[in-house]
Design a protein around this ligand. Structure first.
Ligand code: CTP
Length: 409
């Protein structure tokens, strides 16, 4: 998403300036070309050489030495940029921008910007809560400036509260969001993720190798593309870089089924990326099982097939399933698509390197109800999520065309 984007990173003089180094690295990793602009105070915290070395571009600091090592002046720079991010943005810088003061290179550049400007404030909690800062924030929002953070937590000054620079992952997600077309606006997507956990006794359970990464990527990208998203997930160790996705954590397949059914009527798209356990122990013992004998026979019974049940009560819903297979990939995937009355199924052969549970990548084939299969190479789970959602958008548009407004789906 950040590929070939020209981003100006403004760094101002707060202790969080050192975190801007990590932010720069993440932007570059995403494919952006980053030009760093620093205030004089920022240079007290981090050397411009650090940013210059990592960005591969001259760092602009002084108003009247613009052309030293750079062919781009501040106004021209504002013209070529796709986005300006100021992280950290101090109370002083926010105040200057809000009140039209342009007395250094950074504040002058902001004023010339015609593209989105994202501000990531960072300061002491009392400063953040002061009416001066809050009034400036309101003013800046009214002028169309975008914000990320601040986060809550321990502050460098020793106090606790709001004022920490937002997490780098959240800043990057906000940048991606700004660049993303909202082609899922108006849709409500329910995504399931992770394994389910079927208790055997007071301390043991049956589960599988799913980590939830694919479902989390789908939830994040569906939200980024404008959908309202509900994430229903089995136990996991992941964190989402977005706070605007309600997340419901469940344990067993039966619990997952109940929660999905509770939310089914509120959504119009369901993506079942969860690896739901097909069986559960017939009896869950309240006590810990003792090893009295050399063998122990565990009786299992079938769990509900949630997606099949949704397919039997499909109504207006668009249903997407996953098929993680170890053999006869397409035959099995197509049979599941038909049996569960799905619109799309994402098939992956989990025996292939890079396509199994827990990986950050996947190799998928997406099959639709008309029998068309699209094959993709090894991609990150974010890229796979985008491809799945591209197919979803196509189906949504087709339905809207076939059933013009007021469509009853
Ligand atoms: N699924 C479900 N409920 C189950 C099992 C699976 O909703 N009890 C969903 C999964 O989330 C996935 C799709 O059905 O989207 C296919 O799951 P998969 O485990 O590949 O297939 P199964 O139908 O369980 O068949 P099998 O395990 O025999 O391959």
């Amino acid at each position: 998403m950040l590929q070939n984007k020209e981003i100006i990173l403004g760094v101002t003089g707060g202790i969080a300036a050192y975190k801007a180094v990590e932010l720069l690295r993440e932007m570059i990793k995403g494919g952006a070309n980053v030009h760093v602009v620093m205030t004089q105070n920022a240079q007290q915290f981090v050397s411009s050489l650090t940013f210059q070395t990592l960005s591969g571009n001259p760092v602009l600091c002084e108003m009247f030495r613009l052309f030293t090592g750079s062919k781009i002046g501040h106004v021209a720079m504002a013209d070529i940029a796709d986005l300006m991010v100021i992280a950290p943005a101090t109370a002083n810088t926010l105040g200057k921008i809000a009140n039209g003061i342009a007395d250094d290179l950074l504040s002058t550049m902001v004023m010339a910007m015609k593209v989105p400007v994202l501000l990531a404030p960072s300061m002491n909690v009392n400063m953040w809560e002061s009416s001066f800062v809050q009034n400036n924030i309101q003013k800046l929002k009214a002028h169309g400036y975008q914000f990320i953070g601040p986060a809550e937590g321990d502050l460098a000054c020793g106090s606790m509260g709001s004022g920490r620079l937002a997490d780098i992952a959240e800043i990057i997600e906000k940048i991606e969001d700004i660049f993303t077309k909202k082609d899922l606006q108006g849709q409500h997507v329910l995504v399931t993720a992770g394994p389910t956990l079927e208790p055997i006794d007071a301390v043991r359970y049956l589960t599988n190798r799913s980590t939830g990464k694919m479902g989390f990527a789908l939830a994040k990208i569906a939200r980024r593309r404008g959908a309202e998203v509900t994430l229903i997930t089995g136990p996991n160790y992941l964190s989402l870089p977005r706070r605007d996705i309600p997340q419901i954590v469940v344990q067993s397949a039966r619990e997952m089924r109940d929660v999905i059914l509770e939310h089914y009527q509120d959504c119009n798209i369901v993506i079942m990326a969860a690896a739901v356990a097909d069986f559960r122990p017939q009896n869950t013992l309240q006590e810990k099982i003792k090893k009295k004998s050399d063998t122990y026979l565990l009786g299992l019974e079938k769990n509900p097939d949630i997606l099949k049940e949704l397919g039997e009560n499909k109504g207006h819903h668009l249903l997407v399933g996953f098929a993680a297979e170890t053999s006869e990939l397409m035959e099995n995937a197509e049979a599941k698509l038909r049996k569960k009355n799905l619109d799309l199924i994402v098939a992956n052969d989990v025996t292939q390197p890079g396509a199994g549970f827990g990986a950050d990548t996947n190799i998928v084939k997406i099959l639709d109800a008309r029998g068309r299969a699209r094959k993709f190479p090894l991609l990150s789970k974010d890229e796979v999520a985008n491809l799945v959602l591209d197919q979803v958008v196509k189906l949504v548009k087709k339905r809207e065309k076939d059933q013009p407004w007021p469509h009853n789906w």
